[in-house]
Every structure is written in C-alpha cells, then in structure tokens.
Design a protein around this ligand. Structure first.
Ligand code: BMA
Length: 338
C-alpha cells in the first residue's frame, strides 16, 4: 500500500468484471492494451486503443523490450464487450517518428478526430488526425515538442475549436512539474490564445504532474474534464516489470464554464479514482497507474469513464455526472485562476 493512502470517490463504481479489454481480446501480436479513446459509433461504441507488442513479462525480465506500438480498433454494442478488428488501424513510423500512441477520439459535428502522442527523434509531439471510418486517417497537425495528452472539445465554442494539452516545461519548472493548458484554433491546424488552466498545485493528491485525460464532457453545469494526476515518491522501489517505478497515477476531475472553458469553476480536491484493485496496483507492467482517456455521458446521467490500468489493460468505471459536478464545485476553482 502506497503512502499517503488514497481512496477513490465513493460516488464512482468500477465495472464488476473489469478489465473490459485485454490482450486476450486482440487477434494479433499484443501485450499491453491501454490508454484508449472511446466514442459512440453507429448503434454502439468504438474504441481506438494503444497496443504495445512483442515482449512478455518473462522476456522483459531476460532483457527483452517491446518491438512496437500501434493503435487497434474495436466495436461494441454496450461499451463493455468488444470485438477487435483483425489488424491494427494506425501506426506512424519513419526515420524521424518512432511511434504514435495514447489515442483519444472526439466527434465534432459529422467528423471524428483522433489525437495522440508522437515520439520523435527530436522530442514528443501532440498529433491530430481526421477519420471518416476509423480505419483511414488524414493527418491535420503536429505540435512542437514537448507536448502530450492533447484532447479536443466535442464542439466549437464561439466559432473556435478548443483543446486541452500538457506541455512539458522541463527547463523552467524543474523536474516533472507539468500542468494543463488550453488553446483555441479556427481550423485545428493553427493553435493560439494558449493559457494555463490548472497547475499541478491545484490537485492536492499530486506532487508531480497533471494532464488532460478524456475529451471534455458537456453537462448542464459545465464541462467535466477528467485528468490524470501523479504523485511521486523516490523511495518507491520495484513495482511492476521495471526495476524502479516511483510514480502513482490517479484520475482527477474538474469543471469548466460551459461558454468560456478558459474559466475553471471547480476542481475536486480528492482523486476520482485511485489505484485500489489488483489490476491497478500489482498485476501490470507499470503498477499503480490509472490513466483516464475517454468519458461518455449516457442518457440517464451516468458517465462511463474508461482508463488504462497499470499500462496493461483497459478498465471502466461509472459515476453520475451530477455527483461529479458537486465534487468539483465543493473543491473550488483553480489556484491558478485567471
Ligand atoms: C505517461 C505516458 C502514458 C502512460 C503513463 C504511465 O507519461 O507514457 O502513456 O500511461 O506515463 O506510465
């Protein structure tokens, strides 16, 4: 058990048969299935998931490493039971680009967009691509380094596209003091009016970094934004497959103004989800990781929250949107508020 002991909010329920997607569901080479974007698609749901392949735990312990990363696709009638397509659907790899990963999906009007992280020989970038059928992708933009965890709002606001992102100011902030920023664009290519939205110091259960998790969810009270929030303890030793893993990733939640998402209405001061179940704490590649990447508001006011667990499997939790709004408003606005 890690100290300080962190607990999930009582209003959040994990799906009883978690995880909902594992390597056993995937019909091609696959070891870790996590950090997945989910949208409503036709009569059901679609998921685009990260697949790290080519190395089992036993191989890792003999010095092996993953051979590659690609993005797979699956469909589901209920958001729980998935049928995975026979081949991965997205991979970028060339002289300069090493891999693309951590996909998030957003529907804006009639278009579907995928945002993702890109590792290159000259830094980490955030990418945006458009797709009509979830199988074929047209690149729209790549950021400058270092940027990751980009998510798009599902509608234009005041005529502009909006995104949340997590630049990595190593030189000026020191260590991993990474925060959540917001930017807008007329066309998804040119981004500007960037502003700090919330700092790691706004999340009392984080001492390291925070970042956007799922594309924001619209409620009557504002935009619910699911985040990751990381605390690090250098005395933590071997956890998971690696010799040392000192971080713990929780999910957090905050609320932004409906009309002006540059305004933070409240940040929940406790973790929405903290690692508690074995598939989150002890069983995976990197233990104690909850990495939310998708959230879907259902007609009955329930939000389905999808998250990568231990960088190994994909899990699902649900909560009532109203309870999440209350938890955010009870926490008050960002300490960095403008
Ligand atoms: C982040 C990213 C995520 C990953 C997380 C926990 O920096 O690499 O893809 O889930 O770390 O390992």
């Amino acid at each position: 058990m890690l100290t300080p002991v962190l607990k999930s909010l009582p209003c959040v329920t994990r799906y009883e048969n978690n995880p909902v997607l594992t390597r056993h569901d995937v019909p091609y080479s696959c070891d870790l299935v996590f950090n997945a974007g989910v949208i409503r698609w036709k009569e059901g749901y679609a998921v685009a998931f990260r697949n790290d392949w080519g190395c089992s735990q036993a191989e890792w312990e003999r010095g092996g490493r993953f051979k590659g990363t690609n993005i797979g696709l699956a469909f589901s009638p209920d958001g729980i039971h998935w049928t995975v397509e026979p081949e991965p659907v997205f991979e970028i790899k060339d002289e300069e680009i090493l891999r693309a990963y951590d996909p998030r999906l957003t529907v804006i009007g009639d278009e579907v967009y995928m945002t993702f992280a890109v590792d290159t020989r000259h830094g980490l970038l955030g990418g945006i691509a458009r797709t009509e059928d979830l199988h074929h992708y047209e690149m729209i933009s790549l950021s400058v380094p270092d940027n990751r965890n980009m998510v798009l709002f599902p509608e234009k606001i005041n005529g502009k596209y909006l995104r949340l992102e997590r630049p990595m100011p190593v030189y000026s902030r020191g260590r991993d003091r990474f925060d959540i920023w917001i930017s807008e664009s007329p066309d998804l290519v040119y981004w500007g009016r960037s502003a700090l939205l919330a700092g790691v110091e706004d999340f009392p259960f984080a001492n390291d970094k925070i970042g956007p998790g799922a594309p924001p969810v619209k409620t009557d009270s504002g935009w619910l934004v699911f985040t990751h929030a990381v605390d690090r303890d250098m005395t933590r030793g071997k956890n998971g497959w690696e010799d040392q893993w000192t971080k713990r990733y929780c999910a957090g939640v905050m609320l932004l103004d409906s009309e002006n998402p540059y305004r933070v209405l409240g940040i929940c001061r406790e973790p929405l989800l903290a690692p508690e179940e074995p598939y989150e704490t002890t069983e995976g590649f990197r233990t104690n990781v909850i990495f939310p990447t998708a959230a879907i508001l259902e007609q009955d006011g329930t939000v389905k929250i999808y998250y990568g667990a231990s960088d190994t499997v994909t899990a699902l939790a649900t909560a009532k949107a109203d309870d999440l709004v209350k938890a955010c408003l009870a926490g008050g606005p960002s300490l960095c508020a403008h």
